[in-house]
Design a protein around this ligand. Structure first.
Ligand SMILES: Cc1ncc(COP(=O)(O)O)c(C=O)c1O
Length: 417
C-alpha cells in the first residue's frame, strides 16, 4: 500500500509560508538580496549603491590586494578545486602552513582546518561527544553548535543566554548524568554581539571538572592584543580546551578551524566525518585565509583591530544618540556587532526596507535566530568604513526613524544607562 503522507507536504504548509508569501509580494523580503560588487564598506546591491552594515568582513580584508594575490597564487598553482577529501587527495602545503600558523596564533599545540566553520563545529562536537556524555550550551550559541550537539546524541542541557547561575545549575545536574561534560559557548554572540564572561565560565568549568570549547568565529581577528579572540581578551587562553574559528569573517575567505591539544586535533583528523567525508576547501580559499592570517599576525594587525572596534563604538553611540535602542549597554567589551532592537518581526522588516531604500544595508534577525518578539536589525562595521560613510549611514537612520515612527508608531527607546 502506498504511504498516505507525502514528505514534501511540509514545504507547502510550514508556519512561515504565509509570512514569506506576503513579504515577497510586497518586496519586503530582507534575505537573498543580490550583491553586485565586492563586500566593501559601500557596495552595489540591486542596481544601487548601499552602505554595507551587514557584513562579517570585519577587517575589510576581502578586497586587500595581498589577500586577493594569495587566492590567485593558490589558484594558479593548484587549480580550481581539489576534488577530494583532506584524507585522500585534498591536502596541499597551504593547508599545513595554515594549520601551523593558526596553532601559533591561538597559542595551542595544533589546529585542524575544515572546509567551513559549520563543519568545524559539527565535525568536532559530533565526534568528541557521544550518547553517554552531556553538553551544556548557551541558548544563543550558533546553530552549527546546536547541530553538532544534536548529531552527537549527547544529553543537551541548554541554559538561558548569559545566565551563568543557570550554567552552574546545569553543571550540577550534569554531574549525575554519568558521562563526560563539555561546556560550549560563543566568544562573541553572533546576533547580540556581546562577549561571553569567560573568566567566570572557566571558573565554573574548573569547579565541576567540565571541558570548555569557545567558538571564536566573531572574536578572532578582532578581540585581544593578537586578535586571537575572546579567550585572549579575557586572559584565559590556557584554560579553554578547544577554540573554534572561521575564515568567513575577519579572515576574509571561507573555511573553519579548531585549535587545541595535539591529541584531540589528531583524533579529529582520523575520526571527524565532517572532515573526512567532504572535499577540501578550494585552493583559492585556503590561499586567501593564509594571506589574511599573515596580515592579522603582522604589525598591521593591532591597528586594524582598533579601527573596527572604534567604528563599532562610533556607530553604537551615534545610533543611541538618535534614539535607537542598541543592545550593547556599554558594560562589556565593544565588538563589531551593533544590534538595534525592534521587537516586532514586521516592524523590523519594514524598517529594514526603509533603510535599504535610503541606501543602507543591514541584516534582519528574526526568531529563531533571536528569541520570539526579539527582532533585531543587526548592524556590523568594518575596519575600512570611514567616518564620512558612517555619518552618512547615521543620517539615513535619522531620517528613516522620523518617517517610520510617524507611520508605524514608536520604536523601542534606548535603555537608561
Ligand atoms: C558563531 C558562529 N559559529 C560558526 C559559524 C559557521 O561558520 P562558517 O560560516 O564558516 O560556516 C558562524 C557563521 O555564521 C558563526 O557566526
Amino acid at each position: 500500500m502506498p504511504t498516505a503522507i507525502d514528505v514534501f507536504a511540509k514545504v507547502r504548509g510550514h508556519e512561515r509560508a504565509e509570512q514569506l508569501r506576503a513579504a515577497r509580494e510586497a518586496d519586503l523580503l530582507p534575505y537573498f538580496r543580490r550583491l553586485e560588487s565586492p563586500a566593501a564598506p559601500v557596495v552595489e546591491m540591486e542596481g544601487a549603491e548601499r552602505i554595507m552594515l551587514g557584513s562579517n568582513n570585519y577587517l575589510g580584508l576581502t578586497g586587500d590586494p595581498r589577500v586577493m594575490q594569495g587566492a590567485r597564487d593558490a589558484l594558479d598553482r593548484y587549480g580550481t578545486g581539489l576534488t577530494g577529501s583532506r584524507l585522500l587527495n585534498g591536502t596541499i602545503d597551504l593547508h599545513l602552513e595554515l594549520e601551523s600558523g593558526l596553532a601559533e596564533w591561538m597559542g595551542t599545540e595544533d589546529a585542524i582546518v575544515f572546509t567551513t566553520g559549520h563543519q568545524a563545529n559539527v565535525g568536532t562536537l559530533g565526534t568528541l561527544l557521544g550518547p553517554g556524555d552531556t553538553v551544556i550550551a548557551d541558548s544563543a550559541d550558533h546553530a552549527s553548535i546546536l547541530d553538532g550537539c544534536l548529531l552527537s546524541r549527547a544529553k543537551l542541557r541548554p541554559f538561558r543566554h548569559g545566565r551563568l547561575d543557570k550554567l552552574e545549575k546545569m553543571l550540577q545536574r550534569a554531574a549525575d548524568d554519568g558521562g563526560g561534560v563539555l561546556v560550549v559557548v560563543d566568544g562573541v554572540f553572533s546576533m547580540e554581539g556581546d562577549v561571553a564572561d569567560l573568566p567566570r565560565i572557566v571558573e565554573l568549568c574548573r569547579a565541576y571538572g567540565a571541558r570548555l570549547m569557545v567558538d571564536e568565529a566573531h572574536a578572532a581577528g578582532v578581540l585581544g592584543a593578537r586578535g586571537a579572540g575572546a579567550s585572549e581578551l579575557h586572559g584565559v587562553e590556557q584554560d579553554v580546551d578547544l577554540r573554534m574559528g572561521t575564515f568567513s569573517k575577519s579572515l576574509a575567505s571561507c573555511g573553519g578551524f579548531i585549535a587545541g591539544p595535539h591529541e584531540v586535533i589528531d583524533f579529529l583528523r582520523i575520526s571527524s566525518r565532517a572532515f573526512l567525508f567532504t572535499a577540501a576547501a578550494v585552493p583559492a580559499a585556503v590561499g586567501a585565509a593564509l594571506a589574511a592570517l599573515r596580515i592579522i599576525r603582522s604589525d598591521e594587525g593591532p591597528a586594524l583591530f582598533a579601527r573596527v572596534i572604534d567604528n563599532a563604538a562610533y556607530l553604537r553611540d551615534g545610533l543611541r544618540g538618535l534614539g535607537f535602542q542598541v543592545l550593547d549597554d556599554g558594560s562589556g567589551p565593544v565588538t563589531p556587532i551593533v544590534p538595534v532592537v525592534v521587537g516586532d518581526d514586521w516592524k523590523a522588516v519594514l524598517l529594514w526596507r526603509a533603510l535599504y531604500d535610503a541606501g543602507v544595508y543591514v541584516n534582519v534577525a528574526l526568531h529563531p535566530a533571536v528569541p520570539p518578539a526579539g527582532a533585531l536589525l543587526r548592524t556590523s562595521v568594518m575596519a575600512t568604513h570611514d567616518r564620512a560613510t558612517l555619518d552618512r549611514s547615521l543620517a539615513a537612520f535619522a531620517s528613516v526613524k522620523a518617517e517610520f515612527e510617524a507611520e508605524h508608531g514608536p520604536l523601542p527607546e534606548p535603555a537608561a544607562l
